[in-house]
Design a protein around this ligand. Sequence first.
Ligand SMILES: Cc1ncc(C[n+]2csc(CCOP(=O)(O)OP(=O)(O)O)c2C)c(N)n1
Length: 672
Amino acid sequence: MSAAHGANAAYLVDAFRTVAFIRAFEAKALALTQTKPPLVKGSVHLCAGQELVPVAALAALRDDDQVICTYRGHGWALASGVDPYAVMAEICHRADGLNGGRAGSAYMMAPDTRFIGENSIVGAGTTIACGVAIANRTLGSDRVVIVTIGDGALNQGAVHEAMAMAAAMKLPILFVVENNGWSELTPTSAMFTIDRLAHRARGYGFPSATIDGTDATAIRDSIAMAADHARAGKGPSLIEFTVPRLWGHYHADMQHYRSKDDQAEAEARDPLARLRARLVSDGLADAQEVERLLAEQDERVETLTRRALNGPAGSPDTARDHVVAQASATLAPAVRETKTMTYIQAVNAALHDILETDPAAICYGEDVGSAGGIFQASRYLQRDFGPDRVFDTPIAENAILGSALGASLCGLKPVVEIMWSDFIFVALDQLVNQAANIRYITRGRSSAPLVVRTQQGVTPGSCAQHSRSIEAFLAHVPGLKVALAASASDAYSLLRAAAADPDPCVVIEARGLYQTKGEVQLTDGAEAVGSARLRRPGRDLGIISWGTALPEALAAAEELADAGHDVGVLDLRWLNPLDADAIADLVRQCDGRILIVHEAASTGGFGAELVARLHDGNADGGALHVERLASPDVPMPAAYELQQALLPTKQRIIERVHAMLSRKRTVQLVEA
Ligand SMILES: Cc1ncc(C[n+]2csc(CCOP(=O)(O)OP(=O)(O)O)c2C)c(N)n1
């Protein structure tokens, strides 16, 4: 036997052993869902028929190459080297599980290892992979990341965005499609008009292939080629592996929609049976040896499952742990220089200082690089810090946010721009379902320290798609930190604070204030996130406001002072974390008379949250008269005159304050 032949023989025997182990593992996981009562609860997506793809693909890669897979990811986790006991314990929702029972079968993650993790949102892993690849390249590593999707996922917007970004930036990514012929319960053929899914890559201009996903050498060799291509700086590839789906879409799938012929065809392509036949026919193992290998895997799985089932459940005391990092006391940063500048210049100065002081910081988005942003927030930054750290992206918000997450998981500090806050909605998944969960799911082993800058608010001519105030949508999400800058000074300091924070932060700027000037203290460090600021003390009534409405509130308070009313104004600055002490101080100072003012529409606005919290926190029934002034529940028109009819302007604030100060404290429900 030649050395090459010997190596291949060892590879095939090893592959057989691992595929057999994964099959036994999946059979056991399935069995645990079928006991009465079930020992494993919730949906479990098993990879029977697809096991050879992770095994052979990872045999072609280096130990430090990374993996992002789907909810059907047990095989990828096991082949990546994750402790099988931790995987089974996670499926069983035990404290010893990979994620302590926080992830379950479909969302296991270990981004501090090569197994970045599963993803339960179809297609979402692909844009995250873009960020992992950006980090690898920026940090000077020639690692590659493999991201897997099902065939159905090829129709997801996120996947198209990821491929567009990966192609444009020549990112070292291997897109792997595990084509099992079914998009959940619908045949793949009904959803595609091309005979090979791999052809989708042609539109993006990178190489692709369709490979038999039951052929151990073809899988390994095609992945090796794609990895070489990526490591040589030539960009991504797409490999479609055709695989049989031996079982249902998930553990309880009755498969009533599937023909017997289709099932039989799948069984005829079982990779375990094929590999077994190959070992015997090539003389690599005899029938007895094969049986012994199979029995060994069953035994391993039995042992680790017994251990997992006997393991402890997570303590209820820990259920709230690791949503965000513990706040650390930060001293006020040293002031380097005080300058008068416009709000947008202050944003630019903050970005400059972040890039200068944090070598891990990168800054990107649509038009951010060479043009310096449509509002010039990033002007000269590419010139000063180079195109590797400040760059343009395709018009692909999911790719921007997903890649920011991926890069943040791998050691970078991405500060990305979403040009208008309204555009976040096309990509919200990456903040809400992805970035915000990382610290919690990994129990603090990983976090997603990314910053998203965006701007919002109503200005003359801004239509209903360019004027929404979105802060309450974001503040609703545990794990996301949200700031709004209402002055040039805060445009600088809040952005610096966000960039120094270990959790995902969204800093919302006020477009209408971009050209307003103020004194800005440029600092050597950053303040901690989460403090409100009393902009004006007052005793008769306290206004709580933030962002675009804050200047109106301040102007109103000034005019009210001329009329003899002492009105205080608290600028909340951060909605999460919320400065409860500052709010309590204001309530005390103003004898419980509080008006909340925001530009966002009333219903579900953050004002509603504050009203609820103030009442919840008033258990001893102290004097409390809280009202809210917001825009009514109307899409914002473009015409200035119509806008003015809706906004919480200075005049409306003054009128409401007069009304509050003259009214007895009564309770009534008002229309939004
Ligand atoms: C964004 C999103 N849409 C829909 C779903 C529900 N869903 C879960 S798995 C799945 C099927 C995906 O099919 P495919 O990509 O072919 O992968 P397979 O399950 O066959 O591995 C669907 C529709 C989801 N989890 N995420």
